[in-house]
Write a new protein. Structure first.
Length: 184
């Protein structure tokens, strides 16, 4: 039986946003105080980008750049893939996997109304989303077993179950970076 729960039923709102001119240190502090892994960057009520923890690590910390001297526009990812609130959770999961993202801003009539994450999809399993989670795992398994992955691949970590675009084979299991660090 196919579950057709709409995105609007589990999306997070309000969405924590920022301006592209904000300095990276202030943006990181906003993310920390709101306990979120990303900020949606808006200008004149239009989404212009997304700033994620991954962006901060790869483009600021790993490069040794002073976050006070960078603006969000210099680090954010753009363009941003979005979804409508009436789309099904199955559609959201498939889109995340296809595009390789962990977060989808939810847009209704051109306006930001929420955000849905891979974690939201997993926590939504108590709403009867077992079919969706099974499909996500099956899509991941198909990509693993029928293709011989070389280097990093996208999918679901076989240890923690989180969606990742940087899985690597460790002792026959595809693991995200945090599980690889714990297993080495």
């Amino acid at each position: 039986m196919e579950t057709e729960i709409p995105v609007r039923d589990i999306m997070t709102r309000p969405v924590i946003t920022a301006d592209a001119d904000m300095d990276i240190l202030s943006a990181a502090k906003r993310m920390g105080s709101a306990n979120v892994g990303s900020l949606i960057i808006v200008s004149a009520d239009m989404i212009t980008g997304i700033l994620t923890e991954r962006d901060l690590v790869r483009k600021v910390v790993a490069q040794g750049v002073d976050p006070r001297n960078l603006r969000v526009r210099d680090v954010m990812s753009s363009p941003v893939t979005t979804i409508e609130p009436d789309a099904s959770l199955r559609d959201a999961a498939a889109l995340m996997l296809r595009v390789g993202v962990k977060r989808l801003p939810v847009i209704h009539k051109g306006k930001l109304v929420g955000i849905i994450t891979d974690t939201d999809l997993i926590s939504g399993s108590s709403l009867g989303l077992n079919d969706i989670l099974s499909d996500l795992l099956e899509m991941h398994r198909e990509s693993i077993h029928f293709e011989q992955p070389r280097g990093a691949v996208s999918g679901i970590c076989e240890v923690c179950g989180q969606l990742s675009d940087n899985l690597e084979n460790v002792n026959g299991e595809l693991l995200c970076w945090s599980c690889r660090d714990g297993n080495r």
